[in-house]
Design a binder for this molecule. Structure first.
Ligand code: SF4
Ligand code: SF4
Length: 227
């Protein structure tokens, strides 16, 4: 995992404005409205595993620092849980911005530096499905088991435990049943989409190709290019 909270050097750049306009258009939100309150970072269940915090990603976009934003591990670690979007006092769709950045990175042929990011996403989703919320310690253990990176970051994990930033035991959210229902609905939707694509492939191979690619946003969010 990347070192959390990498320092952000504010330096602006000639591309400032271009990236902002692109990301605004793709995400349907206004990143320039961000006033750096940090509520998005404060609520992000995966902030501990990101090199830049969500708040810092917003700043990178405002400054037009495209290379830094697209090379960040944050955009791949983000699980599109929308917690940040729900918390933002400026109504910025931060999850949508992450999605737009993933699409831009993919267009430039950039991939997550960590090839096990898919295992990380699955471990996070398992954790949310089970407890109705993220359980960081369980998530990390599951991720380590799946990737056999058992001792990596152990020092960081112990430090976080000592500082009380990781809970030893999971807490179950009140809305766990609703979360479970969302997972079931999503699985059902994915099954129907796969079935639709299969039928389209039988009817017309060309149409099926288009259907399988789908709209830009869902392609990025599904992480099809990540794994
Ligand atoms: S919560 Fe909204 S306004 Fe605050 S730092 Fe995040 S994006 Fe910016
Ligand atoms: S959508 Fe991504 S950045 Fe926002 S809270 Fe969830 S994991 Fe964090």
């Amino acid at each position: 995992m990347a070192t959390p909270n990498a320092p952000l050097v504010m330096k602006g750049g000639p591309a400032a404005g271009r990236l902002l306009a692109k990301v605004d258009a793709m995400s349907g939100t206004q990143v320039e409205a961000c006033y750096q309150c940090g509520k998005c970072s404060g609520g992000c269940p995966l902030a501990f595993a990101m090199d830049y915090q969500p708040r810092q990603i917003m700043r990178l976009v405002q400054l037009g620092l495209e290379d830094e934003a697209l090379a960040s591990s944050t955009i791949w670690v983000c699980a599109t849980c929308f917690t940040c979007t729900a918390r933002c006092p400026r109504d910025i769709d931060i999850a949508g911005v992450m999605d737009a950045l993933r699409v831009l990175a993919t267009r430039r042929g950039l991939r997550p530096g960590d090839r096990n990011i898919g295992a990380f996403h699955r471990a996070f989703l398992d954790s949310v499905r089970r407890f109705g919320r993220g359980y960081e310690l369980g998530l990390m253990l599951l991720y380590k088991l799946r990737t056999l990176r058992l001792t990596e970051d152990m020092g960081l994990g112990l430090k976080m435990l000592a500082k009380g930033k990781l809970a030893l035991l999971p807490e179950t959210a009140k809305g766990r049943a609703e979360v479970e229902a969302i997972f079931r609905e999503a699985a059902e939707g994915a099954r129907e989409a796969a079935e639709g694509a299969r039928k389209a492939a039988e009817d017309s191979p060309e149409t099926a190709e288009g259907a399988a690619a789908g709209p830009g946003r869902s392609k990025g969010a599904a992480g099809g290019d990540v794994r």
